[in-house]
Design a protein around this ligand. Sequence first.
Ligand SMILES: *[C@@H]1O[C@H](CO)[C@@H](O)[C@H](O)[C@H]1NC(C)=O
Ligand SMILES: *[C@@H]1O[C@H](CO)[C@@H](O)[C@H](O)[C@H]1NC(C)=O
Ligand SMILES: *[C@@H]1O[C@H](CO)[C@@H](O)[C@H](O)[C@H]1NC(C)=O
Length: 978
Amino acid sequence: MGQMQNAIFLFILLNYFLEASLGAISNDSFWLLKIQSEFNDPMGVFSNWSPRSNICTWNGLECSKDQTRVVGINLSNSGLSGSISPDIAHIVSLQKLDLSMNSLTGMIPPELGNLEDLQELLLFSNYLMGFIPVEFRFLKNLQVLRIGDNMLTGEIIKTIGELTELRVLGLAYCQFNGTIPSEIGKLKHLNSLNLQVNSLTGTIPQEITSCEELQDFAASNNKLEGELPSSLGKLQFLEILNLANNTLSGTIPSEFSQLSRLKYLNLLGNRLTGEIPLDVIQLPKLQNLDLSRNNLSGNITSFNFNGNNDLETLVLSDNSFTGGFPDQLCSRYSKLRHVFLSGNRLSGSFPLGLLNCPSLEVLDFSNNEFENQLPSEIENLKNLTDLLLNNNSFSGGLPPEIGNLSNLVSLYLFDNMITGEIPTEIGKLQKLSILYLYDNQMSGNIPLELTNCSSLSEIDFFGNHFTGLIPATIGKLKNLVFLQLRQNDLSGPVPLSLGYCKRLQTLSLGDNHLSGSLSKTFGYLSELTLLSLYNNSFEGPLPESLFLLKNLTIINISNNKFYGSIYPLLGSNLLSLLDVTNNSFSGPIPSELAMSKNLMRIRLGHNHLNGTIPLQFGQLTNLNFLDFSSNGFTGELPLELSNCNKISHFLVSNNQLSGTVPPWLGTLKELGELDLSHNNFSGPLPKEVGNCSRLLKLSVNQNRLSGGIPEEIGNLTCLNVLKLQRNNLSGAIPRTLGGCKKLFELRLSENRFTGPIPPELGTLTELQVILDISKNNLTGEIPFSLSNLVKLERLNLSSNELHGSVPESLGRLTSLHALNLSNNHLQGEIPSTFSRFKQNSFTENDNLCGAPLKPCSEPNGERKKQLSDTAAAGIVVAIVFTATVICLYLLYLMLRIWCKWKQASISDAESGGGVGEMAGKQDEKWVYGDRGVIRSDEYWDLNKMRLLQCSHSRKDVSMTSCIFHHSMSRENSMRSLV
Ligand SMILES: *[C@@H]1O[C@H](CO)[C@@H](O)[C@H](O)[C@H]1NC(C)=O
Ligand SMILES: *[C@@H]1O[C@H](CO)[C@@H](O)[C@H](O)[C@H]1NC(C)=O
Ligand SMILES: *[C@@H]1O[C@H](CO)[C@@H](O)[C@H](O)[C@H]1NC(C)=O
């Protein structure tokens, strides 16, 4: 090959010498072939570039009239790659060089500066790098220079001002920095200047007004600052001015009103303030005006457009405009098609003047303060395709005339106060694709006619009061992709025909009163990715056809009455969330569940599932939330689960799990909540738990744990809740517990702890919910330090062997509303502030006195000592008698209460001695993608957690997708015109 090429080259060389006398044209052919060899030419544009044919017939070349010189090269959009050869400079007569829209790399050769005749140089849309060659200053005849859309860097050379013939300068979409050189002003003939999308800084030079012939000026998407030069108003030929997305400030100069030919004015995304000068609005030729995303203000109601009927697009979104719609904008002759006024403070009723704008296609009033009823005359807007009225305060019903907007494609009415029913006329909207009525007060049935809107692809009625059935004919909506009817009062079954909405991807029916079992037609919904049916009364086994849905990623069918196996839910390997909480599913967990490697949340709590936890779950390395609580699971926690090292919530309470608490739990660094309570775990609490430094909640209560509390527990500096009650734990309560500074709930009751109460507990000043160490064998005195727990609401030290007196300072605990010190050996005077508690808070002690018990009279103690044996015996008998009577009565009371407790599904027997938890089991918020991180029965809400959190930056666990929050920010559809 190489030899071949050499041979050809030699041949050419030979030719060159032979034909030298034939003139410059053969000279050109020599260099052109050399230049050609630097390019890769996959499309074969050079196929006829052969020394044997006339150069003037070669593709992409243009010869002079006398056929003696090559004057133009046009290889635009020819798929070329490679670099531009400096030898182009040898084609000395070149007037036009167009290599645009290829894949050229490398630098722009400075030698191009030698092409003195060059009038047009087009290199835009390649991958060229480096600077603009300074040698370009020699291109004195250059009229068109377009080198944008490359990777060029550096500053715009000042010598550009020497190219005095320049008409068109295109430097957009590069990485130019520095300022716009004032020398631009020397380009007297410039009519198009495009500097968009670079990193230009500084202000817009005043000198630009010397470019008197300027028609298009675009410098959007830079970092230009300072004010808009009022002198721009002198550019009398200006038609396009695009300075969007900079940081320009100040006001819009009223001098702009002199721009009598201006068609397009785009100042969006700056920091402009003040009002729009009235006469700018009246620019006679203006077609597109975009001033959105500034800080402009003022009442726009009385804007007078003074007969400008050319305006097609008006974008004033995201400012602080007040008033209403400028009614004068609309006339029979107006061409207004697009109006975007969202995100202002416009108010009043729906502007009737608008109805005189028959040309209107897109109307966006969203995010304003409009109110009152929508007028029935809205039907006049026959050309309307998009009507966005969301996030206002419109009220009243939806006028039936809306059915006459036959071109309507999208209707956004969410977040208003619209009432009444959906008019049946809606069925006439054959082009309607998006219907968002969510977050209103609408009611009545969903009309059957809705299913005549055959173009519907998205329906969102979330958060209204719709009742009755889902239309049985819903299956007619063959284009339906998104159906959300969540949070309404719908009842009855899911219609069979829904299975024919084969494009459906999202089905969200949660929080209704739907019932019946799911039909097997569900199996046709092969595109379904989200299935959310929570909080209804669905029942029966799941249809096996559900297994055919291979694209499901999110399933929430919690809080229903489904039973049977969960197996049909596991056909997809793409699951990321599965929530079947609170149904009656039974049988074991199918190990297939572990095939969905992206599973992040599994919630199977409150069912009748049983068997062991499958080892395969160890493959779910993205698992973040695991809730198996309140089922019948048995066996040990499999070692394999230690691979799931992103787990932050590990909840397996209320099962029959056994074995030891595995030390590998300490390797789960993300663990925030660990609940092993109400199982049969035995053995010690492993010290490794102290490594879970993000742990906020640790519950191992009601197991058979033995041994001491490991000292390392004190490393859990974020811990909010520690529940170890009702085990067989023994030894001393470790002093290191004082390290858990964020504790606000601490329960150690009903164990066998011995030794004194460590004074360090008094440093846990965040303790608020409860400190319960009752029913142990603790000795010694009540430490004074406990009086520092000023936030504490409940304190239970009962049924221990505590001695001494109740520290007077404990009386400072004014937040306490439950206290139990009974059943100890305490004596002396009860702090006076404790008189508000009942007697049984103090009974069964050695010698406590003072309110609410008997007063401590000084001599009383003396006399007691002197009591005769008979008197003492008498007193004992009396006490025993009274005590028996009281006990019997209490027993009776307790039995009654006990029966009531049993009725209530969950009783809280965790705390003894009258310090019961107040809250019953409240319904979890089964909100879709719940924030059920925290169960409300535990006094542990998200806010508190935030308050008390350590500095660890926790990633938000809410993967809960904002699928349901459509923030409609319609980028105005205008493309930059230059
Ligand atoms: C412009 O960018 C170049 C590199 O791309 C850099 O060397 C130069 O300092 C920059 N100039 C300014 C004014 O930021
Ligand atoms: C302004 O910037 C935004 C992104 O920040 C972009 O989407 C938009 O297209 C830009 N507008 C113009 C007119 O360049
Ligand atoms: C805006 O101006 C109109 C008439 O010029 C007036 O009726 C209206 O009250 C004004 N609105 C506000 C919010 O100032």
